[in-house]
Write a protein that binds this ligand. Structure first.
Ligand code: NAD
Ligand code: IPM
Ligand code: MN
Length: 357
């Protein structure tokens, strides 16, 4: 039976990289005999907001809940819709309502891409960020008082639950245990954030008792960001709260040359709801419309989606295809962020052509 994918391009470069994500996905599906049924949606975008005054139709949950996966581009167009409205009206709803509590973000220095860190080669940077994705600092608990006066107060609480924390830690430990280095790093700030973060450290230690083979260390987030730059080779699996994971998953890919290649999987590991696959980057208004966005973040997210759907060989083939195109280094095909003179489509077509063999 065909697996059903909801395709949502979103805004800005989301609409430019999605066709290339689909080109690679369809090439891999054809090669490996995978039956995919794609359904396209225009909601969860600021264009939809302009027309309807909201980011999503009222029945979005019912519409999407039985898909096998969601393939998303990027959302946000701050010139017309404030970011907190567009994001809380779309992506953050999907993550929460579909209980996608793991945000898995690989960070790998790819062949042919120059790291901005001196002397780093492929193999030196190869880790995962496991980001808690449904609670933490991204909470709607809080409010404003005395608005408009000089006594104005704004409060936004961090919410961490044992259930929510333990389940993402378990995922991170399992992932670390499955990798040759078996190493887990926890992002903390238990010196300064003196209630939630010492508690996070306790939960990390408690979960670690079930994984005696995994070596665990922790760093406060400030020095951890420094160590991403100075010693990216130290890391294997890095687990963090929602906000810390967000920050680390832009910094990590920046250390690999461009955030344009970074993929992500918003996973509901139990499979009660669809998981969502999207690049780490946003809608990039500064380059939108130019056709020069790197499509690899979208394409690699498609590979993660195929792996999630039970097609690891097709997933591996997509990764091998973009690695081969990058390694060849034909600058007429590559996008400017990786030193090329090509564009989104030339790079996307070259990758799909590899897949077709
Ligand atoms: P951004 O990721 O869109 O862009 C940051 C920088 O990286 C820009 O200079 C951009 O040109 C560059 N960049 C991003 N993707 C690229 C690609 N594929 N190829 C080449 N260069 C690329 O972050 P931002 O500027 O902070 O946010 C822009 C909008 O996107 C905002 O509305 C923001 O809220 C939203 N956003 C959405 C998501 C998402 O949908 N998951 C993620 C981040 C930001
Ligand atoms: C991401 C993005 C989102 C986040 C924003 C756009 C709300 O930065 O997916 O990393 O913070 O989760
Ligand atoms: Mn982010």
């Amino acid at each position: 039976m065909a697996q059903r994918i909801a395709v949502i391009p979103g805004d800005g470069i989301g609409k430019e990289v999605m066709p290339e994500g689909l080109r690679a996905l369809e090439a891999a599906a054809a090669r490996f005999g995978i039956e995919l049924e794609l359904e396209h949606f225009d909601f969860a975008s600021c264009d939809y907001y302009a027309e309807h005054g909201k980011m999503l139709p009222d029945d979005w949950f019912e519409t999407l809940k039985d898909f096998d996966a969601i393939f998303y581009g990027a959302v946000g167009w701050p010139a017309t819709v404030p970011d907190h409205i567009s994001l809380w009206g779309s992506l953050l709803q999907f993550r929460r309502r579909f209980d996608q509590y793991v945000n898995l973000r690989p960070c790998r220095l790819l062949p042919g891409i120059k790291s901005p860190l001196a002397g780093r080669e492929p193999g030196d940077i190869d880790f995962y960020v496991v980001r808690e994705n449904t609670e933490g600092e991204y909470s709607s608990v809080g409010g404003k008082m005395f608005e408009g006066t000089d006594r104005e107060v704004v409060i936004q609480e961090t919410v961490m639950t044992r259930h929510g924390t333990d389940r993402v830690l378990k995922f991170a430990y399992e992932l670390a245990a499955s990798r040759p280095r078996k190493k887990l790093t926890s992002a903390t700030k238990s010196n300064g954030i003196a209630i939630t973060m010492p508690w996070w450290d306790e939960r990390v230690a408690a979960m670690g008792k079930h994984y005696p083979d995994v070596a665990v260390d922790k760093f406060h987030i400030d020095i951890l960001t420094a160590n991403f730059v100075l010693h990216p080779d130290w890391f294997d699996v890095v687990v963090g709260s929602n906000l810390f994971g967000d920050i680390l998953s832009d910094l990590g890919p920046a250390c690999t040359g461009t955030i344009g290649v970074a993929p992500s999987a918003n996973i509901n590991p139990e499979g009660s709801f669809p998981s969502l696959f999207e690049p780490v980057h946003g809608s990039a208004p500064d380059i939108a419309g130019k056709g020069i966005a790197n499509p690899i973040g979208q394409i690699w997210s498609g590979a993660m989606m195929l792996e999630h759907l039970g097609h690891p060989e097709a997933s591996d083939a997509i990764i091998a295809a973009f690695e081969a195109v990058l390694a060849e280094g034909d600058t007429t095909l590559l996008t400017p962020d990786v030193g090329g003179k090509g564009n989104t489509e030339s790079l996307g077509r070259a990758i799909a052509a590899r897949l077709e063999g």
